[in-house]
Design a protein around this ligand. Sequence first.
Ligand code: PGA
Length: 257
Amino acid sequence: MNSRSLIVANWKMHGLRASNAVLLNQLLALVAKQPQVLHNADVVLCAPFPYLADVGQQLKTAESSMAWGAQDVSAHAQGAYTGEVSAAMLADLGCRYVIVGHSERRREHQESSALIAKKAAAAHSAGLRPIVCVGETLEERLAEQTLSIIDTQIDALSTLSDDCLRACVIAYEPVWAIGTGRQATPDQAQSVHSHIQQRLASRAPHSQLLYGGSVKPENAAELFAQPNINGGLIGGASLDAAAFFAIIAAVSSVVTH
Ligand code: PGA
């Protein structure tokens, strides 16, 4: 298992240039006061495409160790794909990570697990770490299909090379917990994480597994204390600098206890 945790902000389609700069300044100021919070956690900010260069520049100017990334990427390397953004373009902007297969993209853009695997491969070819999201809907959980849905989503990654699969971060995000304020209990999350770990064990035994879905400062430490939860993918709470900072700090409270 990875010893360092990974905390990823997913800003989704929020913010404009000025408000992003304010949010980032607030976060940088909090980190500057307590830089030790980054000793046990890598932090990535996934901003909307048009602002990646600004966010990267602001982090570079502040000499921050926080990384930045995108929320989606094309499966194609280049060509006549109007409106798409390639992995090479993201790498060119200094991105090190990209989220693929978020449930909002699976649902709103009918992205299949096969397409998501292609996106992960494209990201890895350009030197980016894919953050692959998986998760069941409420109906699927109630029908006791959680693990079979997760297996289907994870098994779609079997087309990836060993190198690519090992580079993937997997984010378990139960769809019913995203943006609803209703997070999975630490036990519910841990049991799915441990299942994913076993499913990947033969080809990617050290995969980094994140939990996402209504992570808040109040529940972060308990989730991160679970043995197979190596960090979080944070939506709503990442738009509030103090809340996001408290979630990053929760990693260290888990480590030192
Ligand atoms: P949430 O979103 O933290 O607002 O629930 C998580 C996500 O969608 O990645």
